[in-house]
Write a protein that binds this ligand. Structure first.
Ligand code: NAD
Ligand code: DAU
Length: 353
């Protein structure tokens, strides 16, 4: 198995690459990543010398580069995670989301389709797995509702619109060209290596450095949190055993209002940093709401649980403790990603192919 994983230097991708490199030593794993501000190879320093691992620096928006790479390396499978992933950035710069998330995905679909169709065994044994998000379903307002695989798409932000478009293209290639595709839509991930522009790592960093904790609006928005390693385990299950043409929703049945989550983080951090109870919560600052802010996401994950036997392995409080510990023990990682030092370092080290 020659497996291409895109976006493997990012938050979720690095956990997926690590899982596959260590669990499947017989696979050759190729990690293709542009190394944007969000991706850095320090996330993978523990496995970078593994004999079944190769890093390729490149941009999925470059169709010729993608075609040439497929022709040269003849992958058997693709797990596609590369994306622009931050909703706030999509509000200020939607076009980079269209380019990477939509155009980049179609470039990969074309390369897979054309290379596989031209090979001796055609699409037999091949698999294109597209990793997506619950945000494509829009926002829930009724507390009894959950997103199922049948929920109609209703994306509300430029980010979720770009991911919805990419999902549609993947299904269209499955339907039109019979490309062997499978998809999953996951809820909010958290854990080690989470880029500190996202809620949980940003709050941990700001508590540690005594900066304001910016809570958007009234902090009433609800997210369904899943430990990143559990998402990587779900991706393993879907890639190997998911039925072709199907979609699997992945989530932790773990809903939290933002403000309650921030209070929980404050309590954990006060304890870890030896500060009197209530110290960190004083940093909470309500700020202008995100434009078009989705109220609630909640995933019904019964299909993947029943069909593929997957379930989350960690309770949220355990996962959050682990995450806080990781950030406190990896101050150098945090300093290097926030200063942009990793990006400069790895840019100079790896020329584009
Ligand atoms: P991330 O922003 O941490 O990582 C994205 C990676 O993609 C980075 O390493 C970046 O360098 C790379 N990349 C970006 N543009 C590229 C390009 N043009 N060519 C090649 N590589 C490029 O994102 P993440 O949070 O790890 O999310 C990974 C995937 O999972 C995304 O598709 C995202 O939509 C999806 N997802 C994320 C979450 C979440 O909570 N973070 C939840 C569900 C689904
Ligand atoms: O649901 C899956 C999605 O989860 C993924 O597809 C996205 O890639 C990922 O970024 C994440 O999107 P969110 O917008 O939900 O995550 P974020 O961490 O940016 O925000 C979580 C919630 O916290 C959201 O309601 C906005 C709020 N928030 C966020 C930030 C950064 C704040 O209140 N303050 C903040 O400073």
């Amino acid at each position: 198995m020659k497996l291409l994983i895109t976006g493997g230097a990012g938050f979720i991708g690095s956990h997926v690459v690590r899982l596959f490199v260590t669990k499947y030593p017989e696979y050759q794993i190729y990690n293709l990543d542009k190394l944007t501000y969000a991706g850095n190879l320090a996330n993978l320093s523990d496995i970078e010398h593994a004999p079944n691992y190769t890093f390729i620096k490149g941009d999925i928006t470059d169709a010729k580069f993608i075609d040439d790479m497929f022709a040269e390396l003849a992958f058997d499978g693709v797990i596609h995670l590369a994306a622009e992933s931050h909703v706030d950035r999509s509000i200020t710069d939607p076009m980079s989301f269209v380019m990477t998330n939509v155009v980049g995905t179609v470039n990969l679909l074309n390369a897979a389709k054309n290379t596989w169709a031209a090979g001796a065994s055609g699409f037999d044994g091949k698999r294109f797995y597209h990793v997506s998000t619950d945000e494509v379903y829009g926002s829930l307002h009724n507390p009894d509702e959950f997103f199922t695989e049948e929920t109609a798409y209703d994306p509300q932000s430029p980010y979720s619109a770009s991911k919805a478009a990419s999902d549609h293209f993947v299904r269209a290639y499955g339907n039109t060209y019979k490309l062997p595709v499978v998809l999953s839509n996951c809820s909010n991930n958290y854990g080690p290596n989470h880029f500190p522009e996202k809620l949980i790592p940003l709050m941990i960093h700001n508590i540690q450095t005594n900066k304001p904790l910016p809570v958007y609006g009234k902090g009433e928005n609800v997210r369904d949190w899943l430990f990143v390693v559990d998402h990587a385990r779900a991706i393993d299950a879907v890639f190997h055993n998911g039925r072709l043409g199907e979609t699997y929703n992945i989530g932790g049945f773990n809903e939290w209002k933002n403000i309650d989550l921030v209070h929980l983080l404050c309590e954990i951090m006060d304890r870890k940093l030896g500060r009197p109870k209530g110290t960190s919560a004083q940093l909470i600052t309500y700020v202008t709401d995100r434009a078009g802010h989705d109220l609630r996401y909640a995933i019904d994950a019964h299909k993947i649980m029943n069909e593929l036997g997957w379930q989350p392995s960690l309770q949220f409080e355990q996962g959050l403790e682990k995450t806080v510990d990781w950030f406190l023990e990896n101050q150098e990682w945090l300093d290097n990603v926030t200063s942009g030092n990793y990006q400069k370092y790895y840019e100079s080290m790896y020329a584009n192919r």
